[in-house]
Design a protein around this ligand. Structure first.
Ligand code: CA
Length: 218
């Protein structure tokens, strides 16, 4: 799951990157409002974490502009501004949730999961097809009577496909979902991951669509 972190404080930013990476997320970190605005517009993040006090454009203005442009990415405000007015203003401007610093990582992760789930309109933590099931809490994947906890990248790849069963994702779309900016991506990285998943679960778990990409059947 690819996440955008908008935070100008180095200490907090580094801490969050470490914790989110351990939780299996791929994080793009931006430190100012203008870059944040561009990133929100150009990349389909699963969730954005937004600090309000930012150099350049203020976090509230970033949020307002993004919603005006039709960006639907769930936004979780993380800020030290605990005044009631700014909470209400943030939610009014289209934030999905609000967490006041300092906060505990498990709470942040739980709230992020809620936002991802809510956006998908699902009440459960599981993405399912006829033959497969992916638990977004435990990263367990079940197929063909076999259940395994997936390594980070394999999970991210299957999450991207299981999010939209029956739809084809191109290599670029898959890479965008599972790798952050500046990460070296080998040209055959997606094939290597798919090969690893098929070795565990069988060939039919992910289908090739010639010259177009990959999909999981509904
Ligand atoms: Ca700040």
């Amino acid at each position: 799951m690819r996440v955008l972190l908008i935070e100008d404080d180095n200490l907090i930013g580094n801490g969050l990157i470490a914790a989110l990476s351990i939780a299996g997320m791929s994080v793009d970190w931006v430190r100012d409002g203008l870059t944040a605005q561009e990133a929100l517009r150009d990349v389909g993040y699963a969730v954005a974490l937004l600090d309000l006090g930012l150099p350049g454009i203020d976090g509230m203005a970033v949020l307002k502009a993004a919603r005006k442009q039709g960006v639907e990415t769930p936004v979780l405000i993380i800020t030290a501004r605990d005044a009631l007015e700014s909470r209400v203003a943030g939610l009014d401007l289209g934030a999905d949730d609000y967490l006041v610093k300092p906060f505990e990582m498990p709470e942040l992760l739980a709230r992020m999961r809620v936002l991802v789930r809510r956006r998908a309109g699902r009440a459960t933590l599981r993405l399912s097809t006829n033959a497969a099931e992916l638990d977004t809490g435990t990263h367990e994947f079940s197929y063909n009577g076999r259940t395994e906890v997936l390594p980070t990248r394999e999970y991210a790849l299957l999450h991207a496909l299981m999010d939209r069963p029956g739809q084809i994702l191109s290599r670029a779309q898959i890479e965008e979902r599972i790798y952050g900016w500046g990460e070296e991506v080998e040209s055959n990285a997606v094939e290597v991951l798919i090969h690893a998943i098929r070795r565990k679960f069988g060939k039919g778990v992910i289908l090739n669509v010639r010259a177009a990409g990959w999909m999981v059947p509904k």
